[in-house]
Write a protein that binds this ligand. Structure first.
Ligand code: MIG
Length: 792
């Protein structure tokens, strides 16, 4: 029905009424209770919680004192901070060391300023309001030069100014258009960049919400269909600090197992054991690196989760073991729907132990999904999450270490595409309707799966991939962007989508490489794989009844180029792994929009067709057919073309050449980048690290490499390795120093090579104070690079 004119029937009930708002009215009284300042207004109640030194929580409830119990997304406790509250005739001010909150009495308006008195978030003509339908809304002043990032998984360009976006986890098979709004993930968090400084807002509401940055010229709003107004303001003042503040609250991703960062191959579906073995052999014979193969829904017996179909997969354990010996992990799909089948143990347990979502009257909710009529675990209950998590013993006993969660919006084959919003979630004794908690379903399934797998793997890191999620999902899972299509437009769309996911706490994300639905073609597969080399998550996946899109599906030439870029993934892995570690500590993503590094350069504000890996590498994929050139913007500084060694001046747009075998990559001068070696999979230990040194006109560069065992959680207790490489140039002398620090892990490589770029052959090179004999150095006259070999 959504695809017919019925959608614009005059009588169609809008999901958010959005009308007849009533302001919460003027100030009546206030009181202070530790770090909470509580206000009573004519028509409502507002709490301002000084959450910590850089975060303010504002909660509004029109009908009662706001509920300030800790939310599902938030893991950080509030920290007591020094405040000074004062009142005069017009306003109440709350002053801390880092910020100032001013509450105007009539009309009631809350504004936040930084410690220098600069406005961060201001309420002016309109403030907080609600309507009879139970909706809540809040308006904020929007400045002419505000730019907006984050909002999770959204179509469209990077800067979300001018957009209107709904958060309601939705299975959208087709299409992903600029106006396709709600997708699988709901992350109601965004950052505002204003004149180089930044702040953020996290609107913590798990029902349907909407952000409107379109309808009014000088204000934006966010609203919810149910619950309370409950949002956090992060005071910044840089984009990176806002990301740090947001992920302090909602968590960062744990360091994934290294194999999760390799190349992954998937298909809906590899249907039999034979087919999977043949697939793996193809990769091995062709020497195309591969770290994981996915099993889509055909592996199950009648789509029953926690089963294998024994006709198609007679010996799953042997299969998984053999693949593992070849360095390939197996990742099965697990959907939430449990087939209604009284002879199926999971269903039996779920019913007997009261684990499924129910109506208030007590009857189980059933929905139609792959297995037919199915019941859905109520993941809001701790008991159910534990049960479901433990059930994964079925998979870990077979040797499985990674799980793929799909359909967890939850997606259901009906008109609303999801569970009846009247269903009740048990929520550990605080029952709420599905309408109120919808966006949490996939998040909690993720928690249940991840924590269960973690227990079962006894110290090994699990890998989890999820389609649906909510703020904080990064604690449990990586995210792929769902059912895209093999269109060039969808390759283009993937850049800002992934950059904004990264700006929403989800550092580990990526699209289906090659496109899921529709038929791909050789050229598109090459260009998409080039991009995939640098997406944090790198999986080729395609739908049933579409052309095959394994690397060899389009002849030898295509295969050669796809292989080359899969290999590049392994070459860049030491750098990527170091960036994953950083993201796990700071919340700053691996794949970054240029604006994150150059927030005062207006050329970057909405730059959606190129991105950065870390803080000094720019990647500019080709995203149109038969295209051998493109424009690349390089910010201030000098940049080296990775392939040609050409030095380009920044602060300028360049036309660069990019024939089919070239993915344009640029390295900023003053940078060191570590490279690993090409290998069949991450299961093969690294034996050589090469540091590429791009000094350019600078006289110094440094890099801090991170490494650990890549498989266990021992890194949490210091079993790590860090190597700080510094390179200094003084006339004709190059001094490289290599310092190892921090931790007990002993890396696997023995060879360490340094490549100086843009240099002359007559240099003297010292490594850790010792002169390197000429016999250990090779100068290449054409590329002007000097290679220095050392042993660790
Ligand atoms: O649309 O399990 O997004 O990756 O291959 C059907 C089958 C359900 C949707 C996922 C897709 C997966 C497919 N699933």
């Amino acid at each position: 029905m959504q695809d017919t004119s019925f959608a614009i029937h005059p009588g169609t009930k809008k999901q958010l009424v959005g009308e007849n708002y009533k302001e919460i009215g003027g100030f009546k009284s206030y009181s202070i209770n530790n770090n909470i300042v509580s206000f009573i207004t004519e028509n409502g109640y507002v709490n301002i919680t000084l959450y910590n030194t850089n975060t303010i929580r504002i909660t509004m409830n029109p009908y009662r004192e706001p509920i300030v119990k800790q939310s599902f997304a938030v893991i950080a406790e509030t920290v007591e901070i020094v405040t000074n509250v004062s009142e005069n005739d017009d306003e109440i001010t709350i002053q801390t060391d880092e910020f100032l909150v001013k509450v105007k009495k009539i009309p009631f308006r809350v504004s936040v300023f930084d410690k220098h008195g600069m406005a961060i978030v201001e309420e002016q003509t309109k403030g907080m309001a609600f309507n009879e339908a139970g909706e809540l809304i809040c308006y904020k002043k929007m400045e002419a030069n505000d730019h907006f990032y984050g909002f999770g998984e959204k179509t469209g360009f990077l800067d979300k100014r001018g957009e209107k976006m709904v958060m309601w986890n939705t299975d959208v098979y087709a299409p992903h258009n600029p106006e396709t709004d709600a997708l699988y993930q709901s992350i109601p968090f965004f950052l505002t960049l204003r004149e180089g400084t930044a702040h953020g807002i996290f609107f913590d509401n798990t029902g349907r919400t909407q952000f409107d940055l379109r309808s009014e010229v000088d204000s934006y709003s966010f609203k919810a269909e149910s619950g309370q107004l409950d949002y956090y303001i992060f005071v910044g003042p840089t984009l990176k600090e806002v990301l740090g503040q947001y992920t302090t609250l909602t968590g960062t991703m744990p360091i994934p197992p290294k194999w999760a960062l390799g190349y992954h191959q998937s298909r809906y579906s590899y249907e039999t054991e034979e087919e999977v073995r043949a697939l793996a052999n193809h990769f091995l014979e062709k020497k195309i690196p591969l770290d994981a193969i996915y099993l889509d829904i055909h592996y199950m017996n009648g789509y029953r989760v926690f089963t294998f179909d024994h006709d198609r997969f007679p010996t799953p354990k042997a299969l998984i073991e053999d693949l593992k010996k070849a360095g390939i992990k197996t990742v099965p799909i697990v959907d939430p729907g449990v087939k209604e089948d009284p002879e199926y143990p999971i269903y039996q347990e779920g019913v007997r132990n009261d684990q499924f979502c129910k109506y208030i009257e007590g009857n189980i909710y059933y929905g139609d999904v792959w297995p037919g009529n199915s019941a859905f675990p109520d993941f809001t209950s701790t008991k159910v999450r534990k049960w479901w998590g433990e059930k994964h013993k079925y998979y870990t006993d077979l040797g499985i270490e990674g799980i793929w969660n799909d359909m967890n919006e939850p997606a259901i084959f009906n008109e609303t595409k999801t569970m009846d919003v009247k269903v009740i979630h048990e929520n550990d004794g605080d029952p709420k309707t599905h309408r109120e908690l919808h966006n949490l379903y996939g998040f909690f399934m993720g928690e249940s799966t991840y924590e269960g797998m973690k227990q079962l793997l006894h110290g090994k890191r699990p890998f989890l991939l999820t389609r649906a999620g909510y703020a904080g999902v990064q604690r449990y899972a990586s995210v792929w962007t769902g059912d895209n299509r093999s269109f060039w437009e969808h390759l283009q769309l993937a850049l800002p989508m992934c950059m904004n996911l990264g700006m929403s706490g989800v550092a580990f994300c990526g699209p289906d490489v090659g496109g899921f639905a529709h038929d791909t073609n050789g050229e598109l597969l090459i260009r998409w794989t080039q991009f995939g080399t640098f997406t944090p998550y790198f999986r080729n996946h395609s739908a049933i009844n579409t052309l095959r899109q394994e690397p060899w599906s389009f002849g030898e030439d295509v295969e050669g180029l796809v292989k080359k870029y899969i290999e590049q993934r392994y070459v860049w892995l030491p750098h990527l792994y170091t960036l994953f570690r950083q993201a796990s500590q700071t919340g700053v993503p691996v794949m970054r929009p240029l604006v994150l590094e150059y927030p005062t350069d207006e050329n970057t504000f909405n730059l959606s067709d190129q991105f950065m890996i870390g803080d000094n590498v720019i990647v500019a994929p080709i995203m149109t057919p038969t295209t051998n050139h493109r424009v690349v913007y390089l910010p201030e500084g000098n940049w080296v073309n990775y392939w040609t060694e050409e030095m380009l001046i920044g602060n300028k747009h360049h036309l660069v050449e990019a024939p089919i075998d070239i993915l344009p990559i640029f390295i900023k001068e003053g940078t060191i980048i570590p490279h690993g070696t090409i290998k069949q999979s991450t299961a093969i230990p690294e034996d050589e690290i090469t540091y590429h040194i791009y000094l350019g006109d600078k006289t110094e560069a440094s890099y801090r490499l991170y490494e650990d065992d890549g498989t266990t959680f021992r890194y949490e207790s210091g079993d790590t390795f860090e190597q700080e490489v510094t390179c200094e140039k003084d006339g004709k002398t190059i001094s490289i120093s290599v310092k190892e620090s921090n931790g007990t892990y002993d890396p696997t490589w023995s060879k360490e090579t340094f490549v100086l770029h843009h240099c002359e052959g007559d240099l003297e090179v010292m490594v850790n104070g010792e002169e390197i004999p000429k016999s250990n150095m090779v100068f290449d006259e054409t590329t002007k690079t000097l290679k220095i070999s050392t042993q660790r």
